[in-house]
Design a protein around this ligand. Structure first.
Ligand code: TYD
Length: 213
């Protein structure tokens, strides 16, 4: 049976990652793979309720981190693990790196405590940790992301944060990548959208041909 594949997509708000998710889904489908598209926080009815709270209600930093991980646990148990067991490709718009980047980097919440929660929530039978096989990080200067967001929709709790917040979020992603370089691929999201798409296509083709992960 084909091995399941778990890919997460990350970046600060306005980096454009969601635009490229559909393209990646199409590439895998063309290669004959069953694809599950999902997002965090969210991906199950309960986790979507937790998303609504986390994105719109002001709250204590630990409460916020716990909600992210509570939603993640539901998502893992109900959606991600069953899909991987079937051999599907799971494409997830954000995963745990977002918690380290936003709650850890952006909010300044304790990195070690996030690590403890990660180990609790993502533990697999036998003790290994569930992590994405590949994390595609759309990296972009916060001021460019802010310009892109300014013309978009009404901002949620995170999107309305300052440039300093997003500088710290970006540093959080960089720290995660430095800690786990093998599963990260950084894409320069400041390029024109077609050049970003070309990079994404090259990355997924390398993955399909067995050259990555
Ligand atoms: P986002 O993924 O940007 O979705 P949309 O494109 O629909 O706005 O929104 C999710 C927001 O939640 C984003 O601002 C980052 C934040 N977030 C965290 O703070 N911590 C997390 O663990 C996750 C998964 C997301």
């Amino acid at each position: 049976m084909t091995r399941g594949l778990f890919i997460s997509f990350e970046g600060i708000d306005g980096a454009g990652k969601s635009t490229h998710l559909a393209l990646v889904a199409q590439l895998f489908r063309e290669a004959g793979r069953a694809v599950v598209l999902s997002r965090e926080p969210g991906g199950t009815p309960l986790a979507e309720k937790l998303r609504d709270l986390a994105l719109h209600e002001p709250m204590d930093a630990l409460t916020e981190a716990l909600l992210m991980f509570a939603a993640r646990r539901e998502h893992l148990v109900q959606v991600i693990e069953p899909a991987l067991a079937r051999g599907d490709v799971v494409l997830c718009d954000r995963f745990t790196d977002a918690t380290f980047a936003y709650q850890g980097g952006g909010r300044g919440f304790d990195w070690q405590v996030l690590g403890q929660l990660e180990r609790m929530v993502q533990a697999l039978p036998g003790g290994a940790l569930r992590q994405p096989d590949l994390t595609v990080w759309f990296d972009l200067e916060p001021h460019i992301a802010a310009q892109r967001l300014a013309t978009a929709r009404v901002p949620d709790k995170f999107e309305s944060q300052s440039a300093d917040f997003f500088t710290a979020v970006r540093a959080g992603y960089a720290r995660r990548m430095a800690e786990m370089p093998r599963r990260f691929a950084r894409i320069d999201a400041a390029q024109p959208v077609q050049a970003v798409a070309d990079d994404v296509v090259r990355l997924i083709q390398a993955l399909l041909s067995g050259a990555v992960a």
